[in-house]
Design a binder for this molecule. Structure first.
Ligand SMILES: [Zn+2]
Length: 297
């Protein structure tokens, strides 16, 4: 049995309901309790590190490193005065701040034990845990004020690779596979005031979830999680579109139903993964032949 965990950044419980996309709900769903420490709203690397460790940010330590033009408190402050900042304005402000402060896009990594440490688990990228570089690259898609077509080409190209990795993992003898996908978060920042455009990208990601569900074996399970939601002009008048909301989402195909809190995910998974799923046999490389050919000594 393989458990696939899709970390769909910013998938918003209220928007899943508003757009009425059944695919995300799997066989049971809930609005999950989430965490905010560094700012007054949930912050991506901080929340995903809590999901993976079950620990508060002060305990897992992913609180300092990690900033972006979207998650920058200075921009959030500016947004209160100029109202809604569109994707281009926000990206430009982010670039200005980066230039002025020399603040780099970096994502810290926890030293605490995570649910991906055991041999039965694999993880593709997960902010605060494994390869924060993919998140950094995703944040940078809006640097340099790209045309809409380029924004979507790069964003969905990256998302398709991450979903594709998860689907491939259903073919391998492992107990747990987790991947973080930032597509919905970036879409929510760019289209937080465009109901139809945001729906289109919510539906794009839902189709990828459906493909993974179809690839599951009879004993496999899927867990979909988000770290927070995202305000929109059409659901949340008076809020800054794209600002992170406390509307994290969780759903699963598992009959026990999803975890209720970001603090419970690690334990929820560890109680349900099939640790006997992992198989290891020797990889029989043709070393003699490679030596003869002079590729190795
Ligand atoms: Zn996030």
């Amino acid at each position: 049995m393989t458990m696939i965990v899709l970390a769909l950044d910013a998938l918003d419980t209220a928007l899943v309901e508003h757009y009425d996309i059944e695919t995300y709900r799997l066989d049971g769903w809930t609005q999950m309790e989430t965490v905010a420490h560094q700012f007054e709203h949930p912050f991506t690397p901080e929340a995903w590190a809590t999901v993976a460790t079950g620990l508060h940010p002060t305990e897992h330590g992913v609180t300092e490193g990690g900033t972006s033009s979207w998650d920058n408190p200075v921009i959030d402050f500016a947004s209160q005065f100029v109202g809604h900042l569109d994707v281009h304005t926000r990206a430009k402000l982010g670039n200005l701040i980066t230039a002025a402060t020399g603040e780099e896009y970096t994502v810290g990594t926890t030293d605490a034990p995570t649910m991906f440490d055991p041999k039965y688990a694999v993880v593709h990228n997960w902010p605060g845990v494994a390869d924060g570089d993919e998140l950094r690259k995703c944040w940078q898609i809006t640097d340099g004020d790209p045309p809409k077509e380029q924004f979507e080409r790069e964003l969905l190209g990256m998302g398709a690779q991450q979903f594709g990795w998860a689907r491939e993992m259903t073919n391998h003898p492992i107990a747990l596979a987790g991947v973080h996908v930032h597509t919905v978060d970036m879409a929510s920042h760019a289209y937080g005031d465009q109901e139809a455009e945001l729906r289109r990208l919510y539906e794009w990601a839902a189709e990828r979830v459906a493909e993974i569900r179809e690839a599951l074996g009879p004993d496999d399970h899927l867990l979909v999680l988000s770290d927070h939601g995202s305000y929109t002009s059409f659901l949340d008048p008076g809020e800054v579109p794209g600002k992170h909301a406390f509307r994290a989402f969780a759903s699963t195909t598992h009959p026990d139903g999803p975890p209720e809190s970001v603090y419970d995910v690690k334990e929820w998974i560890e109680e349900r993964v099939d640790t006997g799923a992992v198989r290891e046999s020797e990889l029989d490389l043709p070393t003699e032949q490679l030596k003869d050919l002079g590729y190795i000594d």
